[in-house]
Design a protein around this ligand. Structure first.
Ligand SMILES: [Zn+2]
Length: 324
């Protein structure tokens, strides 16, 4: 459960005033524009009908928009008030001596470039997976007809700190004889992040996912290409190395949301706790129905982001489910 400074919350809303009971802020609605019709629950121990803590749930009495705080703050362009909340993690003292104590020197050895690679602006395979035009350019998507080993693949270049480091290729046709993914050899993917260069000096929160198509879905649903506060990177699997952590830290990012596939419970526990030693705030998102790549609407995404766990809470809740 998140906590938002009450004064910050009030200032983020449009012309907010307190209701008589002082339980809600009443403000203008950013969705329909009606003045003084939006009710936002202040921090409370009350629960919703669904049994969740009711803090920050909101509704407009005019247009009936409503939901969790993430959706509202996104609309108001005030997401940063969530990420500015510094979390005190009780595991901090224990994980300081994590596996990550030894730094590793990064050394990529001239990764081979895909021969004949040409950028593409559309492709039926990617379009079918929901790709939007801006994603082709942002992810350096391309194809080649020259390299025979890559002819049936979409080849995404991996660029970190403006340097080409290799590629990730996805088979775009049905063919049991071929691997679904084919990545450049001689590339140490454990030192790289897909999307690292999208992080800019105004970014303070990064969502970490496993794969490129998870990132693509998160970017699309949250429209992160026009967002500076929040960005999403993929770490090419479930592991996160100290080199990857440092790459994010070096960009000035302070807050992390770990959003892995729901078969990655143990990895999520391990890495969210380890990340807590390095960042101000680490949160865990849980996709009940599968992968972040399956998220297709802002409502689904808001539900996840409104119900983030802290790493300790996540570890405990997943243990208790197992023991039942
Ligand atoms: Zn409204």
């Amino acid at each position: 459960m998140i906590t938002i400074d009450d004064e910050l919350l009030k200032r983020s809303l449009l012309n907010a005033t307190l209701n008589g009971l002082q339980s809600h802020y009443i403000s203008d609605c950013p969705f329909c524009g009606k003045s003084q019709h939006l009710y936002v629950q202040r921090k409370t121990s009350r629960t919703t009908r669904g049994g969740k803590n009711a803090s920050y749930y909101w509704q407009c009495k005019k247009c009936d928009s409503g939901g969790g705080i993430f959706k509202l703050l996104k609309k108001l362009d005030k997401l940063h008030i969530i990420s500015n909340q510094r979390e005190v993690n009780i595991l901090d003292t224990f994980v300081k001596k994590s596996l990550f104590e030894q730094e590793v020197q990064v050394q990529q050895h001239n990764p081979p470039r895909p021969l004949g690679w040409k950028s593409i602006k559309h492709h039926s395979y990617l379009n079918n997976r929901g790709f939007e035009p801006w994603q082709y350019l942002l992810y350096s998507a391309g194809t080649t007809v020259i390299d025979p080993s890559l002819r049936k693949y979409i080849v995404f270049k991996v660029i970190n700190n403006s340097e080409y480091n290799g590629y990730v290729a996805r088979l775009f046709t049905e063919d049991d004889q071929l691997l679904r993914y084919k990545n450049s050899k001689l590339t140490d993917f454990s030192t790289l992040l897909f999307g690292l260069d999208e992080i800019n000096c105004n970014t303070d929160t990064v969502i970490i996912v496993e794969g490129l198509f998870d990132k693509a879905a998160v970017d699309r649903v949250l429209e992160l290409y026009i967002e500076d506060d929040v960005k999403c990177v993929a770490c090419f699997g479930k592991k996160i190395s100290i080199v990857q952590i440092n790459a994010i830290l070096n960009k000035g990012v302070r807050n992390i949301v770990v959003l892995y596939d729901n078969d990655a419970v143990e990895a999520t526990k391990k890495y969210s706790n380890e990340l807590s030693a390095h960042f101000d705030s680490v949160r865990v998102g849980w996709v009940e129905y599968g992968d972040p790549g399956d998220i297709s609407s802002i409502d689904q995404m808001s539900h996840i982001l409104d119900n983030l766990y802290d790493p300790v809470e996540f570890s405990l809740s997943k243990v208790s489910i197992k023991q039942l």
